[in-house]
Structure formats: structure tokens, C-alpha cells
Ligand binder design. Structure first.
Ligand code: GLU
Length: 488
């Protein structure tokens, strides 16, 4: 382990929303930085110009912010301007840096210009495969004198810059997740550093940036393990110090296949839209590939930071269990203060056009009533809808009840009772008394009593318990609704 101050990075390629796998990578890096008092850096790997977009970058940044995985250095969320001393933090703005190091490698003989065409490469590969050999490029330009290469470039040819893989030897890392990993150098052939259009490739940018940004530890997806060898070769050729690597286990869907869109929601944004809490999603993904030494499952961010230990990262793949996520969400939701929960719900209610003017005491009563029935924030929409002080919608399912002969009498009596009282809200007891009174007065019972009142309160004959809902509706709102139903 190094004694350098810890600097870790999350390095997304901005090609879409932040996926749960990416969020997990970001989280582990973040937790490690916080735990070690280090820095968490956001670096944008946007050299794939065809797939990277600024919109996707903004989406990823918004998702990271929603998760509260705030970064110490990197493009800032409001204007994408860099913060930190190691910038620029977007690879598309670092092309000159890569070119400088490519030139150095060319000069020192670690790289060469290669003029092979795609057709030549394909043909060569085919022959190698036919001969039962590994399909690694064997460039005829490996030993072309630099003078000649330069002449061809001056004449307008556009070569790639290829790394010259050296004598066969083993490269070894102590992976923080997998332990010792040995890469024989002949696993790769001479590989491209800079394409013929001048764009550097991922492995080259990544190695240079990790070195120049003083990254000490790299937690990243397992799929990058195979890139590590090329990066180690680049580090070595440039005389760079090598960071520690930790390649995280794969996340699988319930069917044990790599988690993908086929499995349903996989982006953080989808979970946000479905009413999941960021703290629950983070808690859940923290446990996909890591476990707490004390066996805790429900943990706050503070607890995760305290407990995070790379030694406990699992090598085996983790299964994304949506039922568990839902459970985790309901637990975190119930742990929120009413104030906090209400603030989050208000955003959703606003979008749904639901209006509530109750005071704090009202919010407490309503949340006490509904909180245990909620697994996600969105579950609140239908639970609270009947309480919204918007115009009552009388549903078609009420028509039959409204056609009963006794119905106007029942609703009329209900209205009278409401008008006679003075309190802002009825209690559950008031409501029971009123029902009994109407029963005697009008001479109806059972559904002929309950259903008309329900229609007068929520606009439909079926639904939530009235004795729970009525005390949460202002008396004046109940009057207004009963009036509306009577007069229709
Ligand atoms: N840009 C890479 C990705 O999005 C990350 C590479 C790395 O972490 O080294 O998968």
C-alpha cells in the first residue's frame, strides 16, 4: 500500500444515464475516499465522440448529485466548469497531453507509426486464425525507420501510433478484490495508442490520466481487468508509478445473466422516477459485492463510510434482487423524519397536481396513517389522492349508488351534520356518531349507508377506510364535496 494521500476517481463514459453498476463503482470509490480522508475525483472519458454526448454527461452528473456522491474535483454540476488542480477533467479536452506522451513513446522507441489499412489487418487476422495462432497484429512497420515514417506522413498518409509490446514477461498486480493476478505480456499484441484520426484510445488516456491525476487506487468494473495489462505496459514505458487496482464483481439479474435492460430498470434515474430514495438505492448497491463486517444490512451513508473496507469486497458476482431493494426502500422511508419525508413527497404531489394545505399536525397524522403502506414515495400518490383539496372527481363507478332512491337523503343528512359542527376537522368518533345518526334518521344501513357517504367524500363507492380519511379532510372540504355530489 502506498503512503500517498488517497485519490480515487469515477471515470464514466457519458453515453447515457448512470447505470446501477456505474453507481456502485462511484460509491465504492467515494466510500474509500471518505474513509481514508482522501479525494474523490470525477473524470469524464469522452473520447468516443460518436457515443459521448454533453446531454448524457449532464444526466450522469444529475444522477450522481441525486445520490449525493459529491466529488472534490472534476466538472461542476451547474456549468461543467472544472474544479481542482489536475484538470482538465474531460478527456476530450486533454488531447494535447496524450499527443505529448505519444510523441515521447515514439521518440524512446516504445511506440511506432503503423500504416496498415483496416483491410490488411483483417486479412492478416484471418490468416493467423487459420494457422491456429493468436490474432494479434504483426505490423510490418514495427521496425520502419522514423525518417521513412515521417516522409510518408508528410506525403499525406495517416498512420496510427502503435505501442511496441516488449520481450515476453509477466506483469503482476495485487488486485484489491481478486488478489494476485498475473498477465503474461503475450496476451496482447502491439496495440493502438492514437487512431489515424488523431483520437487517443481509452487505455492510453486512462493510464496517462490516472498517473497525472495522482490516482492511488482504482476501483472499477471487472470488465476492465483485461485492459489492465495494456495500462501497466504504458505505465512502465512512461516511468509512471502504478496505482492499486480493485476489479469489482459483476452484477447479475435474477436469471444469473449479466444485469442489463432486459431485466427492467437498471438506471438510477428509473429508480428515482419510481419513487426510490437515493439513500436506499445506495445502501442496496453497497451490498452488491461488499458486506459489512458486523453483518448489518440497513446502513446510513455515515455507517457505510465507517464500515467500508476493500478487504470485504467480494470476488463472486452479486445478484440484483429487486424485492430486496423494495424492502430496503421501505425501511429507509420509514426511518425518515416526517418533515423530510413530506418535503420529498411534495415534489411528487406537485407533479401529480395534488394539493394539501394541512399544517404540521395534519402532516403528522396523515403520514402516521399511510407511512406503513408505502414502499416507495410514489405509493403515496394513490394513498393521498382522496385527500387532495382539488375538485372532486365523481367516478363512473358511483353512478349506480347515485341512482338509489335513498342516496340523496343520506348525503343530504351527511351535509346537514357537517354544517352543524364547528371544528375544522371531525374526529373518528364524530364520524361514527354521525353515521349512526343518519342510519336512524334515514332508515338505511349497510352499503346503502356507507356507499353514498363514500361517494360524497372520495367520489367513488369503493376505496380507503372512511373513518381514517374523514378526519384528515377539512370539514369545509367535506361540505363542498357533499354539495357537489348532491347538486350534480
Ligand atoms: N470509462 C470507463 C467506463 O465507463 C471506466 C474505465 C476505468 O474506470 O478505468 O467503463
Amino acid at each position: 500500500m502506498s503512503s500517498k494521500p488517497v485519490r480515487v476517481r469515477f471515470a464514466p463514459s457519458p453515453t447515457g444515464y448512470l447505470h446501477v453498476g456505474g453507481a456502485r463503482t462511484a460509491l465504492y470509490n467515494y466510500l474509500y475516499a471518505k474513509k481514508m480522508g482522501g479525494k474523490f475525483i470525477l473524470r469524464i472519458e469522452d473520447t468516443d465522440l460518436e457515443r459521448s454526448t454533453e446531454e448524457a454527461l449532464r444526466m450522469q452528473i444529475a444522477d450522481l448529485k441525486w445520490l449525493k456522491l459529491y466529488w472534490d474535483e472534476g466538472p461542476q454540476s451547474d456549468n461543467l466548469e472544472d474544479k481542482g488542480d489536475f484538470g482538465p477533467y474531460r478527456q476530450s479536452q486533454r488531447k494535447e497531453i496524450y499527443q505529448r506522451y505519444a510523441d515521447q513513446l515514439l521518440e524512446e522507441g516504445y511506440a511506432y507509426y503503423c500504416f496498415m489499412t483496416d483491410e490488411e489487418i483483417d486479412a492478416q487476422r484471418e490468416e493467423l486464425v487459420k494457422a491456429g495462432k493468436p490474432p494479434q497484429v504483426q505490423s510490418p512497420y514495427r521496425d520502419l525507420p522514423m525518417e521513412e515514417a515521417k516522409k510518408r506522413i508528410e506525403a499525406g498518409e495517416k498512420p496510427v501510433i502503435r505501442f511496441r509490446v516488449g520481450e515476453k514477461k509477466d506483469y503482476t498486480i495485487q488486485d484489491m478484490v481478486r488478489g494476485e493476478v498475473v498477465f503474461p505480456s503475450d496476451m496482447v499484441g502491439d496495440f493502438v495508442l492514437i487512431r489515424s484520426n488523431g483520437m487517443p484510445v481509452y487505455n492510453f488516456c486512462c493510464a496517462i490520466d490516472d498517473a497525472l491525476m495522482d490516482i492511488t487506487h482504482v476501483f472499477r468494473a471487472e470488465e476492465h481487468l483485461s485492459n489492465t495489462l495494456r495500462q501497466l505496459m504504458i505505465y512502465e514505458a512512461l516511468g509512471f508509478w502504478t496505482p492499486e487496482f480493485g476489479h469489482l464483481s459483476i452484477i447479475l439479474g435474477a436469471d444469473k445473466q449479466k444485469l442489463s435492460k432486459r431485466h427492467g430498470a437498471t438506471s438510477c434515474n428509473e429508480f428515482r422516477l419510481r419513487g426510490y430514495l437515493p439513500e436506499a438505492l445506495l445502501n442496496f448497491i453497497a451490498l452488491l459485492g461488499w458486506s459489512d463486517a458486523q453483518g448489518r444490512e440497513v446502513m446510513s451513508m455515515e455507517e457505510l463510510i465507517q464500515a467500508f473496507d476493500p478487504e470485504r469486497l467480494h470476488q463472486s458476482s452479486a445478484v440484483f434482487d429487486e424485492q430486496k431493494l423494495l424492502w430496503m426502500n421501505s425501511v429507509h422511508l420509514r426511518n425518515l423524519s416526517h418533515d423530510d419525508l413530506w418535503n420529498r413527497l411534495r415534489v411528487i404531489f406537485d407533479k401529480e397536481g395534488l394539493k394539501f394545505s394541512g399544517d404540521e399536525e395534519w402532516v403528522d397524522r396523515a403520514l402516521d396513517l399511510f407511512k406503513t403502506s408505502m414502499e416507495t414515495l410514489n405509493d403515496a400518490i394513490e394513498l393521498f389522492r382522496p385527500l387532495s383539496e382539488t375538485k372532486l372527481k365523481i367516478e363512473d363507478s358511483s353512478l349506480e349508488v347515485l341512482s338509489w332512491e335513498s342516496t340523496p337523503k343520506v348525503i343530504g343528512a351527511w351535509l346537514e351534520e357537517l354544517k352543524e359542527r364547528e371544528d375544522k376537522y371531525l374526529t373518528e368518533e364524530d364520524f361514527g356518531n354521525i353515521q349512526n345518526k343518519i342510519k336512524d334518521q334515514v332508515g338505511v344501513k349497510g352499503k346503502h349507508l356507507f356507499m353514498p357517504i363514500r361517494v360524497a367524500v372520495i367520489g367513488k363507492p369503493q376505496g380507503a377506510e372512511l373513518k381514517e380519511l374523514v378526519p384528515l379532510l377539512k370539514r369545509e372540504v367535506l361540505i363542498q364535496r357533499a354539495d357537489e355530489v348532491l347538486n350534480r
